[in-house]
Design a protein around this ligand. Structure first.
Ligand SMILES: [Zn+2]
Length: 88
């Protein structure tokens, strides 16, 4: 597993820089280029959360902890590109 890199200068994002990122607003700290997530990575990010969604019917506390774990793994699924891409 590796963290996403900048599409322009290959800057490797740090984990803490990705905790709060908003689609299209994320900028590379090195070259200042805007970062958009790819369609492929959006789907992968959604898939990571699937087990957590399923658990919402079972136990709330379990769901919250699962969401935190899923979020951690989700950040490794992010891929950045230069243009905004549709979900489909
Ligand atoms: Zn960059």
């Amino acid at each position: 597993m590796k963290l996403p890199t900048c599409w322009s200068c290959d800057y490797k994002f740090k984990w803490k820089e990705l905790i709060f990122f908003i689609e299209g607003r994320k900028k590379c700290p090195k070259c200042e280029e805007k970062q958009y997530t790819t369609t492929h990575s959006k789907w992968k990010m959604g898939m990571v959360f699937l087990p957590a969604w399923l658990c919402t019917f079972i136990n709330l506390y379990l769901t919250i902890s699962l969401f935190l774990i899923c979020y951690y793994f989700m950040l490794y699924q992010v891929e950045f590109t230069d243009k905004q891409q549709p979900l489909y």
